[in-house]
Design a binder for this molecule. Structure first.
Ligand code: FMN
Length: 188
């Protein structure tokens, strides 16, 4: 989507379920960002080839990551986008495997990419209890502190078990849209 101020916002969907609650949340956040004039892009981790970190430390020994997959292109795309929307469903009180494999690969990336980045979290879960998302929220808070990223909003879709269930939660969708808009308005 073309905007006016050319701030770029990247939505990263960690659910394998297309049209699911995570993607709906990310879409809504991106729509809010577009309303505020940003250009938006979206990727579905499950449709990329992102292999798990092998802990070989080639990246730390001055080399490149040994994995030959879509991660280097994705990192370039991430670098070109000022704001990242990170979306995951809750799977067993944690993030999806797709999201976790992606995050683990940050280990081998140029750490300067992350510093100062604006982040919006989008988390969907079947449970109606926000405590069920506490480990994911805590994990992202600690990662953000460590890498110097700025989490400006966390949008939770509680009680969203079935495909598209979050569409019935108008206040959550409104919160998501608002988060996207405010992130763009508040990021220079
Ligand atoms: C493998 C798997 C594990 C899940 N574990 C949990 C869980 O621990 N707690 C919970 O509240 N919901 C759990 N759920 C439900 C999903 O979080 C919920 O359906 C969510 O909205 C899925 O997002 P999506 O529509 O984007 O795929 C699980 C679903 C799956 C498929």
């Amino acid at each position: 989507m073309e905007g006016t101020n050319h701030m770029r916002v990247l939505g990263i969907v960690g659910s394998p379920r297309r049209g699911g609650n995570t993607e709906i949340l990310v879409d809504e956040i991106l729509a809010g960002a577009a309303e505020a004039g940003a250009d938006t892009e979206k990727i579905i981790l499950n449709e990329l080839n992102i292999l798990p970190c092998q802990a070989c430390d080639a990246c730390k020994d001055g080399g490149e990551c040994v994995q030959e997959d879509d991660m280097s292109e994705l990192l370039k795309q991430m670098e070109s986008c000022r704001i990242w929307v990170l979306g995951t469903p809750v799977y067993w009180w944690g993030p999806s495997a797709q999201l976790k494999a992606f995050i683990d690969r940050w280990y081998g990336a140029n750490q300067a990419i992350f510093k100062g980045r604006t982040i919006i979290l989008a988390i969907s879960l079947g449970s109606g209890n926000k405590k069920t998302a506490q480990h994911i929220v805590g994990m992202f808070n600690d990662i953000a502190d460590y890498l110097g990223m700025n989490i400006v909003a966390t949008v939770l879709a509680l009680g969203a078990y079935k495909l598209g269930a979050v569409r019935k939660h108008a206040s959550v969708l409104a919160k998501a849209r608002q988060a996207g808009k405010q992130a763009v308005d508040g990021t220079s």
